[in-house]
Design a protein around this ligand. Structure first.
Ligand code: ATP
Ligand code: MG
Length: 389
């Protein structure tokens, strides 16, 4: 009996003319994600993506787990494939779902028939197969309203499929379908979550990290790369841009009033991210900022920071509570790494009394002693790129 994986497409099905290009993106993302698990044929028909193993060496369990984190998929299921014949469908259901039937107290059969030439209606097929299964497993009651186990039968163009419950997919839209963004990735809890949420809406991510060696350690950088590694599960391959930030921070420390350190530093992050965005054809920048969380995340401070950027800044977490952010971080598996106690460049030279409501004119005045263009050029010229598979 051949076992395949069925992926129900999510929001893509709502797309009109663009649907095919979204679908192609999804298929290529699924193929890339399945590479470590063997040779699979992946194709789309009727809003479903089919994942067919090409030989017995394929790791179906691994593949099934991997597709659950691919964006653009509403639900996933493993299914057995059989001939489009009512008895073949019953035999397949009986064998393929034997374990599930033995554990359930009640069941029902639900059928879908996209091949309208099939000689039975969906209801007739459900009744036929349901009846035989009830005889085969007399301890399991039929319950059409509240069954413990729902058995799905699908009669499609090329074959019939039998599967148990659908598992929720990762949702969202296929990565790459909505363009490209830079995402400012620190080692904290928030920015891995904001990066994940942006990727979920179908954007390809270029992570940017500002690194202040030796004020922040090699381990702090490793931590960010580890977080990027966790995110590849959702975002696909990543090329992390590590920006040397030490000289800029020292210049700010030496030449600017202390109360403006953080906001001036963040303005540099924006200018450099903007440059990286331009170099990579990105149309927006993503941060993990959250209204009111720290002194640099007041509305006034965010305004003074964002005027340095030309592109829109997306802040997926702006209105989330910390508790909600932590929940997502746990769900996506970044939380435990994020809480490792390595410092971030934002905690280097932190002012004792930062301006929580900075005025733009004052900040511009405060950064006058700096050669801004030269500092930005120097940082951009010395970016280190690390590929994460
Ligand atoms: P996080 O939990 O993401 O570190 P945070 O609560 O510590 O955020 P800030 O330090 O004010 O908040 O940083 C706000 C945002 O600025 C971060 O979410 C991230 O997008 C970006 N950022 C901060 N530090 C860095 C860094 N070293 N490299 C890249 N981006 C950074
Ligand atoms: Mg932080």
């Amino acid at each position: 009996m051949s076992d395949i994986i069925l992926l129900k497409q999510g929001e893509i099905v709502l797309k009109g003319l663009n649907k095919r290009s979204f679908e192609m993106k999804l298929i290529s993302n699924v193929k890339r994600r399945l590479k470590p698990f063997g040779d699979f044929k992946v194709y789309a028909l009727q809003s479903t993506v089919y994942v067919e193993p090409q030989n017995d060496d394929c790791d179906m369990d691994g593949a099934f787990e991997a597709v659950q984190t691919v964006f653009g998929i509403a639900s996933v299921s493993r299914a057995a494939c059989c001939e489009k014949d009512k008895d073949a469908i019953f035999e397949t259901a009986k064998e393929y779902l034997r374990d599930a039937m033995m554990c359930a107290r009640s069941f029902k059969v639900e059928s879908k028939r996209s091949d309208k030439r099939f000689p039975m209606t969906s209801i007739q097929l459900s009744q036929y197969v349901g009846g035989l299964l009830a005889e085969e497993f007399p301890d399991v009651k039929v319950d059409v309203h509240n069954p413990e186990l729902t058995i799905h039968l699908e009669v499609r163009d090329y074959a019939a499929y039998v599967h148990g419950p659908n598992i929720e997919g990762a949702g969202g839209m296929p990565v790459g379908a909505n363009g490209r963004v830079v995402s400012l990735l620190s080692g904290g809890i928030d920015s891995p979550v904001s990066t994940y949420l942006a990727a979920k809406r179908g954007v390809q991510i270029i992570p940017v990290h500002f690194f202040s060696f030796p004020y922040t350690s090699e381990q702090a950088k490793e931590k960010v790369l580890e977080l990027a590694g966790i995110l590849t599960k959702y975002c696909g391959r990543l090329m992390v841009e590590i920006v040397p930030f030490t000289h800029i921070q020292e210049e700010i420390r030496d030449k600017c009033p202390e109360e403006y350190f953080t906001v001036i530093m963040r303005r540099f992050m924006m200018r450099i991210s903007q440059r990286i965005a331009d170099l990579n054809g990105c149309s927006a920048m993503v941060t993990g900022e959250n209204l009111g969380q720290v002194a640099s995340q007041t509305l006034e401070a965010m305004y003074v920071t964002e005027v340095c950027a030309r592109l829109p800044i997306i802040r997926p977490l702006i209105c989330h509570d910390k508790k909600e952010i932590v929940e997502i971080a746990r769900k996506i598996g970044t939380f435990e790494t994020s809480i490792l106690p390595y410092e971030d460049c934002c905690t280097v030279f932190t002012p004792k009394h930062p301006r929580t409501k900075p005025r733009l004119d004052d900040v511009i005045e405060a950064e006058k002693p700096l050669d801004i263009d030269a500092l930005v050029e120097e940082a951009v010229a010395n970016i280190e790129r690390v590929a994460i598979q």
